[in-house]
Design a protein around this ligand. Structure first.
Ligand code: SF4
Length: 233
């Protein structure tokens, strides 16, 4: 006798509604805001989208690859429209109205996205994407702080250390180094805010997501700068 009951009669067939135009279900906007390309510089420079609505995905950081739907380390820095609060749902998506708050000035990927025919979007993924230096004034002293941050707190090293921990290799060394990197990350951000008067709301664009947030998403927590890193329960 089989353990689980099976339907022996007529199975209800799932009805698939053919879609050949946008039905404003919001799925694409709730999966996350778009990555920005050269073609989006105009709307950025015209300040239709300010720095406070952007987040940088740093080289080596894990991000969802929309082509294969898998989390993978990014090969180069990317700029993305930020999510709401702690999630990735696009900041500009209005769930109540099922609408885009910047529709007239929405970025390239949003204009190309047709979930029923994704080839146009797929063709631009990873091509002509912009980096922070493309949209920051070249004489701004924050540029050199960004370079220092990249050298001192590289995301690629963080991912390697997380991998070591998941494989039980060099556990205490890896934890100590992660704690050191988190402290440095906090120190660079604090310096930029206090000494260069960086606006707090620009921080996710200028330095990407804080390392302690990245670690927390991976089940690791940091109590204070000097405390060891532990597993979140
Ligand atoms: S910018 Fe507008 S269209 Fe693009 S993901 Fe955000 S809400 Fe959706």
């Amino acid at each position: 006798m089989a353990k689980h009951k099976r339907t022996m009669g007529k199975e209800k067939k799932q009805r698939r509604i053919p879609v050949d135009s946008c039905i404003r279900c919001g799925t694409c906007c709730m999966k996350g805001g778009p990555i920005l390309h050269e073609e989006d510089k105009e709307i950025l420079l015209a300040r239709h989208i300010g720095y406070e609505y952007l987040v940088t995905i740093r080289k080596g950081e894990l991000a969802l690859n929309p082509v294969n739907d898998r989390l993978e380390p990014v090969q180069q820095e990317l700029i993305k429209i930020a999510g709401k609060e702690d999630g990735w749902s696009c900041f500009f998506y209005d769930e109540k109205e099922a609408s885009c708050g910047i529709y007239e000035n929405r970025p390239l990927e949003c204009r190309l996205l047709k979930c029923w025919a994704p080839s146009e979007l797929i063709a631009v993924i990873g091509k002509n994407t912009i980096v922070r230096a493309d949209i920051i004034n070249k004489s701004d002293p924050i540029i050199s702080i960004i370079e220092t941050h990249e050298q001192e707190c590289p995301c690629g090293e963080v991912e390697n250390l997380i991998l070591n921990l998941s494989q039980g290799r060099n556990k205490s060394k890896s934890l100590a180094r992660l704690s050191e990197l988190v402290s440095k990350d906090i120190a660079v951000r604090s310096y930029a805010i206090s000494e260069l008067e960086l606006k707090k709301e620009f921080e996710p664009f200028i330095f990407g997501r804080p390392l302690h947030r990245i670690l927390s998403d991976r089940g690791l927590s940091v109590r204070t700068a000097n405390d060891p890193i532990g597993k979140t329960s």
